[in-house]
Design a binder for this molecule. Structure first.
Ligand code: HEM
Length: 423
């Protein structure tokens, strides 16, 4: 048991080394942050963490059971007014509207029903052909460019697949894709906390606004001439007797692009590095891709946990397994900490592609907001890893990933890589 065990639920953790509400916490080395979360998990109940700059704070839900409980009790733990920490200013929400992740039922359920049309097995099967085609093109491109690698795996491979696939699903014309990608990178690099500074406004918002302008224009066009893409499905859909307006459409797509592209790209980059750092696991995977690919993808998502945290707000007073929470209190669900919970995972710090069961919370803790793209993300990762390791069996990362400190996502800016050109 930790020396801190048994501390009362409203203890303030003030120093950066123990306090995930402290902006500097997110610039600590990953091992120190992991140790801090292990100490928090060892306490008998969630602690209240305070941001020293604002005096505001949240209850840190760090155990698997608590994250699951909060995720699956959406009447008590609501997503409005928003799930990202720190909270965006009110005017940001007014200008950009709300995406489904920040809404509660019934509005959330309406939006989710519409967009779920794009994730039916029939449509996903169509997308799977597309994923294979894009994965083949990416490896063809690597082989045609030069032998040896050395380039950035993130831009050449990890970001390319999810981005192209999602653009195809949405029906984004080829000529607009590069510009939109630059804007997403710009916007998402400025979300969350970097060093002791808050990264949000300014440049990130302008990039989002430009991207939403492009999407709104496409929406207007598809309303006039619908096709079988996702934008057409949304603008011709009927929610509460209305179509989505341009702002809602833009907000929805900003979220979908960040949620679908950034997450998968980071998971793939962490995946290559993890499999390079653990040659035994990589050897096992390559010895029988059919058997081990599914397990490898789950373990990569558990181990790297691309989305670090989401927040909920208490709709009513509530007792969370002995911890009294008051209406209006904030709780933060730390998915990465839950994924290392020793009460659920044997040797949680070991990267083991044969781990079974592997009930990780990388795609959320269940409940109405569970990742809508989980199946699609798994397919993308499996198809790309199979293509890469079949055609470039010695593909490896070189050095460590260049990480971007953030409280929001485990983001990889770049990762160098190498492979031998087949004879
Ligand atoms: C490895 C890749 C991915 C990871 C780790 C990931 C993770 C997550 C997490 C943690 C949540 C929040 C769950 C909750 O609050 O309970 C979420 C929600 C969501 N994700 Fe993903 N995601 C990934 C890929 C994707 C993809 C490819 C798409 C779509 C193309 C997508 C679309 C969504 C949507 C729409 C939501 C919001 C659902 C709602 O609020 O109802 N995600 N994701």
């Amino acid at each position: 048991m930790s020396a801190l065990a048994g501390t009362a639920s409203h203890t303030d953790f003030r120093t950066a080394g123990t306090n995930p509400a402290h902006p500097e916490f997110w610039s600590l080395p990953a091992s120190e942050r992991a140790a801090a979360f292990a100490r928090l998990r060892a306490l008998d109940r969630p602690v209240f963490c305070t941001d020293p700059r604002t005096g505001k704070g949240f209850h840190a839900l760090v155990r698997h059971a608590d994250v699951v409980a909060a995720s699956r009790t959406p009447d008590v733990f609501i997503s409005a007014p928003g799930v990202t920490t720190p909270e965006p200013a009110r005017w940001v929400r007014a200008v950009f509207g709300d995406s489904m992740v920040n809404l509660d039922d019934p509005r959330h359920a309406d939006l989710r029903r519409i967009v779920s049309r794009a994730f039916t097995p029939r449509l996903i099967a169509k997308v799977e052909d597309d994923i294979r085609r894009v994965a083949t093109q990416i490896v063809d491109e690597l082989l045609s460019r030069r032998a040896g690698g050395g380039d950035d795996f993130v831009s050449a491979v990890a970001a390319e697949l999810p981005y192209q696939v999602i653009c195809n699903m949405m029906g984004i014309p080829e000529k607009q894709r590069r510009r939109i990608l630059e804007q997403i990178n710009h916007a998402s690099e400025r979300t969350g906390v970097a060093r002791s500074r808050l990264r949000v406004p300014g440049l990130g918002l302008r990039a989002l606004a430009r991207m939403q302008g492009v999407i709104a224009a496409l929406g207007r066009e598809r309303r006039r001439r619908p096709t079988d893409d996702l934008i057409s499905a949304l603008v011709t859909a009927d929610v509460d007797g209305k179509h989505l307006n341009s702002r809602e459409l833009g907000a929805f797509f900003s979220f979908l692009l960040v949620a679908g592209v950034e997450t998968t790209r980071n998971a793939l980059a962490h995946g290559l590095h993890l499999l390079t750092e653990h040659p035994d696991q990589r050897e096992l995977l390559l010895s029988d891709l059919d058997t081990h690919l599914g397990g490898a993808v789950e373990e990569i998502v558990r181990y790297s946990t691309p989305i670090i945290q989401f927040r909920r707000t208490l709709a009513v007073d509530h007792d969370l397994d002995g911890t009294p929470l008051a209406q209006g209190d904030k709780v933060v669900l730390f998915f990465g900490s839950a994924n290392r919970d020793e009460a659920v995972f044997t040797e949680p710090d070991v990267f083991d592609i044969t781990r079974s069961p592997n009930p990780h919370l990388g795609f959320g803790g269940g409940g109405p907001h569970f990742c809508l793209g989980a199946y699609l993300a798994r397919q993308k990762m499996k198809v790309l890893l199979r293509e890469l390791y079949t055609r470039l069996p010695d593909l490896s990362s070189v050095g460590g990933p260049e990480l971007i400190p953030s409280s929001f996502d485990n983001r990889v800016r770049s990762l160098r890589f190498t492979f031998t050109q087949p004879a």
